[in-house]
Design a binder for this molecule. Structure first.
Ligand code: BGC
Length: 261
């Protein structure tokens, strides 16, 4: 628990499930006021809200398409109307589409770039504008991936978007550091979430993914949420522009683990 987070207001995009849901629930534990955003799963968002409240926080749910400027503005307005302020903005919503790149449709390419990269821009811009206008310190956390670093054949749109998120994060971290606005990324590895449900239901694929993790296991959404709470808190007060990889060592070149090379 981070005492300085008590009463702070957070927006978490894409928090009706998966990592976003765990981040919101953890913020509840930190006694924060959380705007829970969903796109098409109101029941999931209600579940998140119940978890936030059960953990001691406050919650409001809102449908919004984060891949639009209007969606981002609605999230800020929801925070201000319900909780009178904004302290932490988590750009979490994301999606991935698998396809050999030469067969990837332009529509699917644009979908990934729009949700995974444009969405981070819209959310960050709205949050930055608010922090600047209020002359207050601020905190932005962008949910990236190990694939901002690790190439991922047949997921080129996703990897391209996450590579973009990495450089966008670093750039705005530098741009706004003078105003005490911190911007960091989180790079989850293989985590037990709905995005991976189909893949992990297949034992062979599950085992293969585990074999790519030096710690030999899949991570939990709560382990990612713990990183978000730390980055949101003053315990990380001198940290900006990083990607905090929460990946059991997946980014450590696991193919070399036996000392071969
Ligand atoms: C993807 C997962 C994948 C993991 C490790 C994440 O960014 O969303 O589907 O299992 O990276 O490859």
């Amino acid at each position: 628990m981070y005492a300085d987070l008590t009463g702070k207001v957070a927006v978490v995009t894409g928090s009706s499930k998966g990592i976003g849901q765990a981040v919101a629930a953890r913020f509840g534990q930190e006694k924060m006021k959380v705007v829970i955003n969903y796109h098409s799963d109101p029941a999931g968002a209600e579940k998140t809200a119940a978890a936030v409240v059960a953990n001691g926080g406050q919650a409001v749910t809102v449908q919004a398409d984060i891949a639009t400027e209007a969606g981002a503005e609605l999230l800020l307005a929801t925070a201000l109307t319900n909780f009178n302020d904004l302290d932490v903005w988590v750009n979490n919503a994301g999606m991935e589409i698998k396809s050999p790149t030469h067969e990837l449709s332009q529509a699917d390419w644009h979908k990934m770039i729009t949700i995974d990269l444009d969405g981070v821009f819209y959310g960050s811009q709205v949050a930055l504008a608010y922090f600047e206008k209020q002359h207050k310190p601020g905190n932005i956390i962008n949910m990236s991936s190990v694939h901002e670093e690790i190439p991922w054949p047949t997921f080129a749109g996703y990897a391209a978007a996450k590579g973009g998120v990495k450089m966008f994060t670093k750039t705005i971290a530098m741009e706004y550091a003078k105003d005490n606005i911190r911007v960091n990324g989180i790079g989850p590895g293989a985590i037990n979430t709905p995005i991976n449900a189909k893949k992990f239901a297949d034992k062979a694929q599950y085992d293969r993914t585990v074999s790519m993790v030096p710690m030999n296991r899949i991570g939990t959404p709560e382990e990612v949420a713990a990183g978000a709470a730390w980055l949101a808190s003053q315990e990380s007060s001198y940290v900006t522009g990083i990607t905090l990889f929460i990946d059991g060592g997946m980014t450590l070149y696991p193919a070399f683990k036996d000392g071969q090379g």
